[in-house]
Design a binder for this molecule. Structure first.
Ligand SMILES: NC(=O)c1ccc[n+]([C@@H]2O[C@H](COP(=O)([O-])OP(=O)(O)OC[C@H]3O[C@@H](n4cnc5c(N)ncnc54)[C@H](OP(=O)(O)O)[C@@H]3O)[C@@H](O)[C@H]2O)c1
Length: 254
């Protein structure tokens, strides 16, 4: 088997592809020859430009993943245009802070929204992907969880950590249940990564604080995550199905 990562001929959905980790993954997959379905929520122009720039037939698709009906429509729209989907990267995610000591309604709202986008939408997209993969003889899923699923998060982000723990359990279950049908599922668990999501934290605690938490000298960038995702989708690591790949600069080794 050649060690070159070649995704030509593969049609791959990346959710939350406009910014941060999702954008780097989309660019990396296209560079390896994949036709990418670039999902976006609010960043329409960015998504369209990205599709034009990365080429290989990439197209952009809109959906609010907080609304299950839009999640279903998203998958339908992509299949309508692409005819086939070989791989899915569930990357879109939100982190809404809510204090235990704070207002009950605000706490409940943050849990509902976090679970809908991070876990419910991921589960629904996996369901649609499995249904489709069963028809075409297989496929690969990469779900982006977080170090928080294993190490835990700060007190303001209990819902975020819990949602990512759910993503890990979901991915492992799919790998075990559907492997015989040619379906492989992997978790990638980034640590702190320099994106918009991380901006608030850096502003509050400073870059030095985050650097002191990791074993390497520089903060993880989206481009440090993307190659692993391409590798997992390439078929070169199918026997790692069910596994979690930690990319956290040595900040949590388990
Ligand atoms: N950054 C970190 O430190 C870190 C650490 C561990 C894990 N992660 C995980 O890595 C993934 C990517 O994180 P990131 O830091 O790259 O995020 P980001 O820069 O904040 O980008 C979030 C992406 O999700 C999309 N999105 C937001 N709300 C959405 C909604 N309601 N429906 C559909 N899409 C929505 C956004 O689309 P629009 O721009 O179109 O609105 C955007 O493309 C997430 O699952 C996150 O939990 C991140």
């Amino acid at each position: 088997m050649s060690l070159r990562i070649d995704l030509s001929g593969q049609h791959i959905l990346v959710t939350g592809a406009t910014r941060g980790i999702g954008r780097a993954i989309s660019e990396q997959l296209a560079e390896a020859g994949a036709k990418v379905a670039i999902h976006y929520f609010q960043s329409r122009d960015t998504a369209q430009h990205l599709a034009e720039n990365i080429g290989h037939g990439a197209q952009s698709f809109q959906a609010d993943l907080g609304k299950p009906v839009e999640v279903l429509q998203l998958f339908h729209n992509i299949l309508d245009k692409f005819k086939r989907i070989d791989g899915v990267v569930n990357n879109a995610g939100i982190a809404i802070g809510a204090s235990v000591e704070g207002d009950d309604i605000a706490f409940t709202d943050s849990w509902s929204r976090t679970m809908l986008v991070n876990l419910h939408a991921t589960g629904l997209i996996c369901k649609k992907a499995i249904n489709h993969f069963q028809e075409i003889g297989g496929g690969r899923i990469v779900n982006i969880a977080s170090r928080a699923a294993f190490r835990g998060d700060t007190s303001d982000y209990l819902a975020y950590a819990a949602s990512k723990g759910g993503v890990v359990a979901l991915t492992r279950s799919i790998a075990r249940a559907y492997g015989k049908q040619g379906i492989k599922a992997f978790t990638v668990a980034p640590g702190f990564t320099k994106t918009d999501m991380a901006t608030d934290f850096i502003e509050k605690y400073g870059e030095e604080y985050v650097k002191n938490d990791i074993a390497l000298t520089s903060l993880t960038k989206p481009a440090d995550i993307a190659p692993t995702v391409a590798f997992l989708l390439s078929g070169l690591s199918d026997h790692a199905t069910g596994a979690t790949i930690d990319i956290n600069a040595g900040s949590y080794v388990h």
